[in-house]
Write a protein that binds this ligand. Structure first.
Ligand SMILES: [Zn+2]
Length: 416
């Protein structure tokens, strides 16, 4: 048995396609994740503005930390000496680390752009010029056949990350689930470039897997026979091209990974087809993670099409800025209209914040630049999104997912 165990409890009612939605249980060495689940993002080994107790209060079962950031600061070796991320950040539940591929992408082709996981393919400011390895366009990362060289956004020092290096860093960090090193591409790039990048991502997936197995082997020692170490997820890329997405799902799905990530930067209108193409091919019995996606309407789409895990910085980023999710859409709580509003942020929400504080108080905290505003806003937003996915799970188990989806979205999308 591998380090994780995934079992499907129930599939969506009706006649679901191979890639249809499901509710499941993912067992890790640090506890169980009930899927579908939203993973809280703790980029630098911290879910911004929240203590581990507050993270738990939001209903979170798992946290995702960032390999690229932790490699640069405080350094993977320092975290390893400390006994790994769980001990370092005092979070005893499951932890995932991403591979750093997305951050390298943001320093490379997308450098200087307003980078987001969801891009508009019709907005000329987001178009990425055709790139080649000897391009003179200023950027902080350069992608080669075997790895990526980049300058630290901290101090400008030069670093080189290969698939092997990324896996080594992640083994040092000590998460329960880690990801293969990949190259994230944007839908605004040429098909020729997407093809080239995909070949590289596939080669890097094999290298990541081989090195991961080697490290696991070396951990066994003379007496241990069970697996000591993280589970490894491979990442499917391929942009908006059907043939590339399918090719990638066939290739990555055919390798001996413990689960899969669906990567890439998406045009909103492409996301559903891409997820469908991929999940109809990926082995059904392994978990799938849609990387970096977390808006309510996208979460419903993902769950319906067989995604088990999601992560996104939006709930905490929005929370720190005062944009709060409610069952009737997002609100900017800093607006003057809320200064005398005695109702909770969302009367339908039963989180710690909504049970104890008014819109007026939150509005005041943000306007007065009190740090507590960001904490309470993040707590509410995380609870809102985590709980939304939990209720999707319950509705799959109860056999009324479609009704729940229609009911939620009809009020949520009304005003936005
Ligand atoms: Zn709330």
């Amino acid at each position: 048995m591998g380090p994780i165990k995934f079992s499907i409890e129930k599939e969506l009612e009706g006649n679901p396609p191979a890639g249809g939605g499901r509710a499941g249980v993912l067992e890790t060495p640090h506890g169980v994740i009930h899927t579908p689940a939203f993973v809280s993002v703790g980029t630098k080994a911290a879910v911004k503005a929240l203590t581990p107790e507050q993270i738990l209060e939001t209903g979170a079962e798992v946290v995702l930390a960032n390999t690229y950031h932790l490699y640069l600061d405080p350094g993977n070796e320092r975290v390893k000496k400390f006994g790994g991320l769980h001990k370092f950040m005092n979070w005893s539940g499951p932890i995932m680390t991403d591979s750093g591929g997305f951050q390298v992408f943001s320093l490379g082709a997308a450098y200087g752009k307003e980078l987001s996981k969801v891009v508009s393919i019709t907005d000329p400011s987001q178009l990425i010029a055709e790139r080649s390895l000897d391009s003179e366009v200023p950027r902080l990362a350069k992608i080669g056949a075997d790895g990526v060289s980049f300058r630290s956004h901290h101090d400008g020092n030069l670093h080189y990350i290969t698939p092997e290096k990324s896996i080594e860093i992640q083994h040092d960090l000590g998460a329960d689930i880690i990801f293969a090193f990949d190259e994230c591409t944007s839908p605004t790039e040429t098909v020729a470039y997407q093809e080239e990048a995909l070949e590289r991502t596939h080669r890097w997936a094999e290298k990541s897997l081989n090195h991961h197995k080697k490290l696991l082997e070396s951990r066994k020692g003379p007496t241990l026979t069970s697996v000591q170490g993280p589970a490894l997820f491979g990442i499917v890329q391929g942009g908006r091209e059907e043939n590339l997405r399918k090719k990638s799902a066939e290739f990555i799905g055919g390798l001996d990974f413990d689960g899969f990530g669906i990567g890439g930067s998406f045009a909103k209108e492409d996301m559903e087809t891409a997820v469908k193409w991929v999940n109809e091919i990926l082995p059904k019995e392994k978990p799938r993670h849609l990387l970096g996606i977390g808006e309510p309407e996208d979460l419903f789409m993902g769950v319906e099409n067989g995604v088990d895990l999601f992560d996104c910085v939006a709930p905490t980023r929005n929370g720190r800025g005062g944009t709060l999710y409610t069952s009737t859409g997002k609100v900017n709580i800093t607006n003057a209209e809320f200064r005398d509003d005695q109702r909770p942020v969302d009367p339908e929400c039963s989180c710690y914040v909504c049970k104890n504080y008014s819109r007026a108080y939150l509005c005041h905290l943000y306007r007065a630049h009190e740090m507590l505003g960001g904490t309470l806003g993040s707590m509410h937003n995380l609870y809102f999104i985590i709980n939304l996915v939990k209720r999707m799970r319950e509705s799959i188990l109860a056999g009324n997912f479609q009704e729940y989806k229609k009911g939620f979205l009809s009020t949520y999308l009304k005003q936005s």
